[in-house]
Design a protein around this ligand. Structure first.
Ligand SMILES: CC(C)(COP(=O)(O)OP(=O)(O)OC[C@H]1O[C@@H](n2cnc3c(N)ncnc32)[C@H](O)[C@@H]1OP(=O)(O)O)[C@@H](O)C(=O)NCCC(=O)NCCS
Length: 209
């Protein structure tokens, strides 16, 4: 086990979902699948989020409890997946963004959620996390996704509209629910893996890690 709490599950992912991206401000940010040892980093991230960002992510002023962070940091890398963005800061890396999907309960649709720490927003990180998450889903045969977004959350809705093909949109009680595919995926593909490398131009420069 390494310092990230790596285990056989994550080692078997190979390097596909590990990369370094350069944001619009020139900062280098590492993207990688989440590991169980990220639980305290998720708690720390949540504590640094503004109330507005917490509300947009969770639709309530809730803050993560340790047991929530533990659950969110433990995924099976198939039906339930999360990517984190981290920077080197002091002795421990700091998680500054997370993108995840999990079964939606509606057939084969995976539900997507995203958050980027306030001071790292507007630099292309949310776009990159979304692209890489959908690419990770495509590699696992997941081609249909959903997301619930506050209807007033124009930034998240714009971000999605720039990167995905929306196939269904409903609004109820101030929440807009979208069903979508990766942009460019064929509408009736049973598994999008074949097209995984055709699409998904990252918003920022990608380099190997
Ligand atoms: C939604 C969210 C994830 C977007 O993350 P982000 O890192 O700010 O996203 P991006 O930087 O890729 O895009 C955001 C804006 O920055 C702009 N931007 C992106 N790259 C840029 C760059 N290189 N230079 C300047 N601007 C840039 C985008 O055009 C976009 O502008 P717009 O809002 O006018 O459309 C983030 O705002 C967030 O965490 N919100 C709270 C949680 C939430 O709403 N989650 C979604 C529902 S689960």
């Amino acid at each position: 086990m390494n310092r990230d709490g790596d285990d056989a599950g994550i080692t078997s992912l190979g390097s596909l979902e590990r990369q370094v991206v350069t944001l619009a401000n020139g900062a280098s940010v590492r993207l990688r699948p989440i590991v169980p040892a990220d639980a305290p980093r998720l708690l720390a991230l949540c504590q640094r989020l503004s109330p507005h960002t917490v509300y947009e992510r969770f639709f309530s002023p809730r803050r993560l409890r340790p047991e929530d962070a533990h659950a969110l940091a433990n995924v099976d890398y198939r039906r339930r997946m999360a990517l984190v963005a981290e920077i080197e800061r002091g002795p421990e890396p700091e998680v500054i963004g997370v993108a995840r999907y999990a079964p939606s309960g509606e057939g084969d649709i995976a539900d997507v959620a995203l958050v980027v720490e306030d001071r790292w927003q507007g630099l292309g990180l949310g776009s990159t996390l979304l692209e890489e998450l959908l690419r990770a889903g495509a590699r696992r045969g997941i081609s249909r996704f959903s997301a619930d977004v506050l209807t007033e959350n124009g930034r998240a809705l714009r971000l999605l509209s720039r990167h995905v093909d929306v196939t269904d949109r409903t609004t109820s009680d101030g929440v807009t629910s979208l069903v979508f595919r990766r942009r460019g995926d064929p509408p009736f593909s049973s598994g999008a893996a074949a097209s995984a490398d055709r699409v998904g131009m990252p918003a920022v420069a990608l380099g190997g890690s």
